[in-house]
Ligand binder design. Structure first.
Ligand code: TRP
Length: 350
């Protein structure tokens, strides 16, 4: 059975959306709308897998959920043509995750590098949810039988796990899948990652070898989507560089992580190649390049920040978007859940 192409992706509402999220994910989400039916989910259930100190508690979670929704819309995602909702409103995510818990193997999850990083040394004290996080992610995607998943580089391994789960489900239940009408025995598609944002890795402004991150102690290390024009300009001016002038060719960026990062950001925001940016700025000092970069950042991001501010000032409106999106998501999810239950052998009311 050829699967209808469908895009699904999720963003966690854990605060401080930054330029890395924007260039690595959201810009791509916006683009995919032209060619696919898209479902964009604020994954609030994933957000609570770490300690309260990380996600900030109930009031923060709700605030952050609305803020990510606002960022989606302010960046150009159309919640009428596509679907925007928050995960916890559609119970199928948790239901399908349970079935997948019984398909996925401990060994598969034990290899997840994100778990190892986030759990740190004290694994005994990590939540079961943090360990199970990639299974819930597989359920997110496969609940809509999505075929394409725009994500950042760091999510590649989780996508591979989603494919393994889909494949093992199709294998384990092959006969049942066939007896329920899919002659080829394929119920779930094997979702493909799309790691093609304009900048799949945006690095810290203070250390070009570290990813830009919401958890970096220094706010100067990142540009937040909610930063105002002055803050953006100041952070770019303070960004770490090296004493050499900018190279004229891309090769000259090797072993100069900070220069490479800033040129990459400029290229991504202006939809140009790094080589092209260097043709204009190569040989010059960082100070003038930084001025141009600050201006570009402000031009691109300030309208988004402004629109986000306007949107979050009316939480009722955001909630109505999420409610409506959830209703539409639930209708698709219901169909997958019914069929999954039949395939597994769960009796349900008809
Ligand atoms: N784990 C993803 C991240 O941190 C967020 C996510 C949750 C997701 N469920 C998803 C992304 C499903 C894509 C598809 O970026």
């Amino acid at each position: 059975m050829p699967f209808v192409e469908r895009v699904f992706s999720g963003v966690q509402p854990t605060g401080n959306l930054h330029l890395g999220n924007y260039l690595g994910a959201i810009v791509n989400f916006v683009k995919m709308q032209e060619t696919h039916n898209c479902i964009y989910c604020v994954v609030d259930m994933h957000a609570i897998t770490q300690g309260l100190d990380v996600w900030g508690g109930p009031a923060e979670l709700a605030r952050n959920t609305r803020e990510v929704t606002a960022a989606f819309i302010a960046s150009g995602i159309d919640p009428k043509k596509h679907i925007v909702f928050n995960q916890s409103q559609v119970s199928g995510h948790a239901e399908l995750a349970w079935i997948f818990n019984c398909v996925a193997r401990m060994g598969w999850l034990g290899r997840m590098t994100q778990f190892k990083e986030k759990a740190g040394k004290d694994r005994e004290n990590a939540s079961v949810g943090l360990f199970d996080y990639p299974v819930l992610m597989a359920a997110d995607i496969l609940l809509y039988r999505a075929t394409h998943v725009p994500v950042g580089e760091d999510q590649k391994q989780h996508l591979e796990l989603s494919r393994d789960i889909a494949q093992k489900f199709n294998n384990d239940f092959g006969d049942s899948i066939r007896s329920h009408g899919a002659n080829d025995g394929l119920f779930f598609p094997l979702p493909e990652p799309l790691i093609t944002g304009p900048a799949t890795r945006v690095m810290s402004l203070r250390d070009g070898t570290k990813k830009m991150s919401k958890s970096d102690a220094s706010d100067n290390s990142r540009i937040n989507l909610t930063d105002d024009a002055d803050t953006i300009a100041q952070k770019i001016r303070k960004a770490k560089t090296d004493p050499e002038p900018l190279p004229s060719e891309e090769k000259g960026l090797e072993a100069r992580p900070e220069a490479d990062n800033l040129v990459g950001i400029f290229a991504a925001l202006s939809d140009r190649s790094k080589a092209d940016v260097l043709r204009e700025f190569g040989g010059g000092q960082f100070s003038s390049f930084k001025n141009a970069l600050a201006e570009l950042c402000v031009t691109k991001l300030a309208p988004i920040a402004g629109e986000m501010k306007r949107l979050v000032s009316d939480p009722g409106h955001i909630d109505s978007i999420l409610n409506e999106g959830s209703d539409r998501a639930r209708a698709i999810a219901q169909e997958t859940m019914n069929r999954s239950k039949d395939i597994v052998g769960f009796i349900r009311r008809r």
